[in-house]
Design a protein around this ligand. Sequence first.
Ligand SMILES: Nc1nc2c(ncn2[C@@H]2O[C@H](COP(=O)(O)OP(=O)(O)OP(=O)(O)O)[C@@H](O)[C@H]2O)c(=O)[nH]1
Ligand SMILES: [Mg+2]
Length: 486
Amino acid sequence: MAEKSLKLVAKAAAAIGSIKNELTKASAKGAVGLYGKTELQKAIAKLELIHSDLQTPCLRLAFVGTISSGKSTLLNALAGQEVAPTEAGEKSAGVLRIRNSENIGMRVLKTENMAWKSGAYKVGSVDEIYDKLRNPEKGIMAVYRRAVKENSKVKSPIIEVELPLAPKNGGTLNFKMPPNIDLELIDLPGLDAKTARANMDVIKNQLAGALLLVVLNYSETDNNKRDALLAEVKNTLDSAGHNKDAVIFILNRVDRRGANDYPLEKVLAKLSREVKEKLELRKTPKIIPMSALALYHLQTAWGTEKKPLFERGEAETTQKHLQDFDEDCAVTVAKMKQKYESFRDWWQKEEWQNIKSRGHKKDISQLLEWVYEESNGKIFWQTVQEKLDGKAAAVMVNPALAGTINTLEEFSQKLASILEKRKQGSVTEIQKLKERVDTLIAETKAKLQKVNNTGTFSDSKQIKQHLSHKGRGIKGKENKYGRQSV
Ligand SMILES: Nc1nc2c(ncn2[C@@H]2O[C@H](COP(=O)(O)OP(=O)(O)OP(=O)(O)O)[C@@H](O)[C@H]2O)c(=O)[nH]1
Ligand SMILES: [Mg+2]
């Protein structure tokens, strides 16, 4: 099975490469006139990006969910540091794409009517990135909120940052990304019944090629919000580039469950049936109950590397997150005290308050282990691993083929309009090229269908053996699949 899947990735890359070459030859022949040539070159440039993307496979995790369901909290928990703004009151504004890198970088894409600077921002640390996003006066998100109040046509900011992410750097318990697959986390604005459509227009380009993490809120009482979210998720999963298995469902904030609430298993079973029906899935999906906040505090107390923060001269950060864990996650702390005797003693003696003066690596790693268990972080990472092992081909190949189809379709439409305008002149060459492009569209669609039927990887190791990794930075890199044109 793995052999077959590897061949699929290689075949998809070869097919896109050959389409690109064919169009390059047509461009050299100058068959389409000056206007057509510009369009042809644009199409070639897009195909080049798609082609190179397939040779640098990247696991993209995109967080979609209703407002305040805990998307940004979960993202930060997975990242191992606070980068996506989280807030109880105001909702997240804009799209934040975070790619793993040894370097720290930040770049803002051009969007319509923007009231903030586009291009590269000078940042030296994750704190500086956070300030550029979140500063109440000058931060991009605050500027956006003020601007959109005055002019509803202002589009959400799209921000790309690069920084070290825990799963790529040994900081994540029970999970390590294969070295030759990149990781990108995509934080998206929350959806509600009113804003679902408008926000979805902004974010749908961001979902191409991503494994969707659909974050539902345990405390959500408004069914309309969930319905709006599920309707948009259905649209996304139905679109050409997606695979119905490229999704993980999470019911977050389950620590908010009261003693008199319906049993959690029953809530989950009911929700699974509802999701299956609304998304027209073949199987009843697994929904992971989580407490992202607990996971967030412990993972950020530990950091992004194998060596914990408090051994890297940043004990204050550890201390702060443990303190916050104690205050914000009282229910989880209480449950853990009941369950783990050694935790109770250690926590009650406030040993954790002495992180700086006493090496507590063993204690904190044990604590992290328990919190992984309690918050279901463990099950979450196991599920990602399963997806990576089983569906990697479809997750990575589908968007490349779908991007190719989009590019060719756009180009075919341009050729059609050239033909329309030039009814009297010589049109044979253009007509021929259009027919050929349309054949390529049909062939690529057939390939996409094939990947959806058979595209599975059973061993991620083989992906890394097969595909060569080329590190790429943010600076100067235009976005894939024309994502900048929002
Ligand atoms: N009790 C509890 N609170 C949580 C949990 N996860 C997140 N929260 C809190 O919920 C609030 C909203 O969290 P965010 O992560 O900002 O939610 P979001 O989905 O990104 O919100 P928007 O981007 O505005 O849609 C914050 O106050 C978090 O601390 C959890 O597992 N348990
Ligand atoms: Mg958010």
